[in-house]
Design a protein around this ligand. Structure first.
Ligand code: DGJ
Length: 727
């Protein structure tokens, strides 16, 4: 998987289908040589480096190969000869900021080490995984930078991260990207990213790269609904099934930047990492800093193949714990059913229906603690609201358990309401900048998780609540962006560390709580999908995809989300109509067809459903139980994009390849349409597939090449789920 050629001094990293090559070049500069489809190791790659370019750029004395400004660099710094955007930058004690990193040594070993304090992908016994650690040194300042590469051979993935050890005088890191790759011929590529806002997260955005720097980022303290920490460069004509795609995703839940800088030679410097904006980290002598991990995926079979690589890796080697490999709970959540206006009786009336239709779990959402009738108080006061729940959480849990349902609970541990006993006792526990009045968002402040006392408080009350009743699921919410970010306990110099220290603090809490309660299923949430990232998925295997539960909107949101996240990670519920976010009325069936491939549930007052709706709901739960494993462990193929057409489709192929499920959606009515055929993907051409609803027999080749007709009336909000069994 990883070799080092002593003569050429090239590192060759290979997965099943890809190669990644870089080398030690003149004066020990680390240069990037190749990333793409697999090539043999013996090939000479220096022809990739053009030394012919005429430029204004400087060069080191003794460097005969042009300038590093014109070469493809592996982990660039700024201030010497490469004047493009750096992957690493820092200010030294003397005020200078010209880090010069040169190759010093390397190690290659089997397996993959843990990242201290950070979420990351991992390997298990028997996995073909190797790690390369390259040590770069700034010998003048005695600063050591370790580039880590782990190769997941069978998964076709390379991960990267960076660790810094300061053995010299104090310095301040201002940029430390997790990955930077210089790609030739960037004029051939489009820039793909996922953007949105609350209730319309992760829309697929695609534009040709232009000369200059283009990037997406978050400065909101969390990954955010606005941009996701994912970026891809694809050939202009690449689509779901063909073309080259280079992509990066960051295993991190805080401020990030991801993008590409295209220079005058059409070299694209693709990068991802912690957002350098508002970031600074002081390293005293002997201290270290660890960057988050970037996951790099290359595909020459289009975006679909890229996504399936991410899906499998995240399902199997990012998510952890008991719930990783088993089918999870079909649930009812009371949020859109009651909001905060509930009592035990009302909840139990919904629960009875939930049991009746076959659900597993009842989730009590916001409003169960303090004096929480509206969202302007009580966060931080995690004591049961006795007027609503006179028998407490354990009383409610017992009644639910007696009905045959498990009990789940909503919490928002990172927040404090100014109107709370906690804030009155500890105003210093909120994030704040000295001399500035902190702004509220949803009338709440953010707790300063960089503080040990705040983390201890959080771990303690969570442990107490989770031990106080038979709680088997937690929805972990986070409902505002961070502002006036600062910590009263940190020195002035270290205020630029608060965003990252917050995330490290959050990860410490999550690690402690999720390992202390391994039998609880955790779902993360941030005003819907505001923190849908691989970092959170490491602790919690599913995320509430969006607060927008409208079936039509969800077709888009889930499609975009699937670019790099599996359906097994997407919380998806059937909600009431007219829909609470967009007022649209869609058929109950369509709501089910949209929610079924995700982690399925209901978000409505089941006691208000008609008999006919109850029967459909029962059928949906039955289908979820039967097909959940196909959606969650099978391969997903996006067939027609809702961003390109008012009809869209996807199919799933089960892990054992025996079951195929086709989902089709129509969002808009159109009269007199052309014939439309849906061509499936991922089948065996010579196998026979029998359609369950009418017994029709098709060869795989027929379904993939001729396809089956759209089959529906031209009215809006149509959907269908069609199951095929391989003979
Ligand atoms: C935002 C979440 O996304 C909703 O599902 C709900 O839990 C509310 N918060 C509760 O305040």
């Amino acid at each position: 998987m990883i070799t080092f050629n002593k003569d050429s001094r090239f590192f060759h990293l290979s997965t099943k289908n890809t190669s990644y090559v870089f080398g030690v070049y003149q004066m020990n500069h680390l240069i990037h040589l190749y990333w793409g489809a697999k090539i043999p190791e013996e090939n000479v790659l220096t022809h990739y480096l053009s030394t012919q370019r005429m430029s204004f750029s400087a060069r080191d004395d003794g460097f005969t190969a042009g300038s590093t400004d014109n070469l493809t660099m592996e982990y660039p710094t700024f201030g010497s000869t490469d004047l493009r955007s750096p992957a690493f930058d820092c200010v030294f004690a003397d005020g200078s900021r010209v880090p010069q990193l040169r190759y010093y040594s390397h190690k290659i070993y089997d397996g993959k080490p843990k990242l201290e304090g950070l979420p990351a992908t991992y390997c298990e016994e028997g996995d073909k995984v190797q790690t390369l650690e390259v040590e770069l040194v700034d010998s003048v300042k005695d600063l050591h930078v370790f580039l880590n590469y782990s190769v997941f051979e069978d998964y076709d993935v390379i991960t990267r991260s960076v660790r810094v050890e300061n053995r010299g005088e104090k310095c301040k890191i201002t940029t430390i990207l997790s990955a930077s790759v210089d790609l030739n011929s960037a004029h051939n590529y489009d820039f793909i990213h996922l953007d949105g806002a609350w209730a319309k997260e992760r829309a697929v955005n695609r534009q040709p790269l232009f000369h200059g720097k283009q990037s997406v980022d978050s400065k909101r303290g969390a990954t955010s609904a606005h941009h996701n920490c994912f970026v891809a460069l694809s050939e202009h004509n690449a689509n779901e099934t063909m073309g080259e795609v280079y992509s990066m995703n960051l295993v991190y839940s805080g401020n990030f930047e991801a993008g590409c800088e295209v220079d005058s030679y059409d070299t694209g410097r693709m990068f991802i990492g912690i957002n350098p904006f508002e970031f600074g980290w002081t390293l005293e002598n002997g201290e270290t800093f660890q960057s988050p991990e970037a996951v790099l995926v290359y595909s020459n079979k289009g975006l679909g193949a890229m996504s399936r690589i991410y899906h499998k890796l995240y399902r199997e080697r990012l998510c952890r714990g008991k719930f990783r490999d088993i089918e999870r709970y079909a649930l009812i959540n009371n949020w859109e059913a009651t909001y905060m206006r509930f009592n035990e009786e009302k909840l139990l009336a919904i629960a009875e229906k939930a049991k009746d239709i076959g659900l597993d779990l009842f989730v009590l959402d916001d409003g169960w603690f303090g004096k929480r009738d509206v969202d302007n108080c009580s966060l931080g006061d995690w004591v049961v609201y006795k007027e609503k729940l006179p028998n407490g959480l354990s009383g409610l849990a017992q009644k639910l358990n007696a009905l045959g349902l498990k009990f789940g609970l909503w919490v928002e541990p990172e927040m404090v309401s100014p109107n709370s006993d906690l804030y009155r006792a500890h105003p210093d526990w909120a994030l704040q900048t000295k001399g500035r009045v902190p702004s509220t968002g949803r009338t709440q402040l953010v707790l300063d998780l960089s503080r040990k006392d705040v983390r201890e408080f959080t771990i303690n009350w969570l442990t107490e609540i989770l031990s106080s009743a038979n709680i088997e699921y937690i929805k972990w919410d986070m409902n505002r962006n961070m502002t006036e970010v600062g910590s009263l306990l940190l020195s002035d110099e270290r205020q630029s560390e608060v965003y990252h220290r917050y995330i490290l603090g959050l990860y410490e809490i999550l690690e402690t709580i999720t390992s202390r309660f391994p039998n609880i299923l955790f779902e993360s949430c941030s005003g819907g999908g505001g923190r849908f990232d691989p970092g959170m998925l490491h602790y919690m295997p599913q995320t509430w995809t969006s607060d927008d539960s409208d079936a039509v909107e969800r077709v888009y949101i889930q499609y975009g989300t699937s670019m790099c996240y599996p359906y097994s990670a997407m919380g998806a519920h059937v909600s009431a109509c007219p829909n609470h976010q967009v007022r649209r009325t869609t058929p109950f069936e369509m709501r089910g067809h949209v929610a079924l491939p995700g982690q399925f549930g209901f978000e409505l007052d089941l006691s208000k459903l008609t008999d006919e709706e109850i029967e459909i709901a029962k059928q949906q739960v039955k289908e979820y139980k039967e097909f959940g494993a196909v959606f969650h462990r099978g391969d997903c193929y996006r067939l027609i994009s809702p961003f390109e057409s008012h009809i869209s489709a996807l199919n799933f192929v089960s892990e054992d390849k025996n079951t195929v499920i086709l989902l089709r959606y129509r969002t808009v009515a159109k009269p007199n349409e052309p014939y439309a055929f849906v061509k499936l993907q991922g089948l065996e051409p010579d196998a026979i597939y029998v359609r369950r609803d009418n017994g029709a027999r098709y060869s795989g080749a027929f379904l993939m090449n001729a396809g089956i007709p759209w089959e529906f009336a031209s009215t809006e909000y149509q959907s269908a789920m069609t199951v095929f069994d391989k003979q």
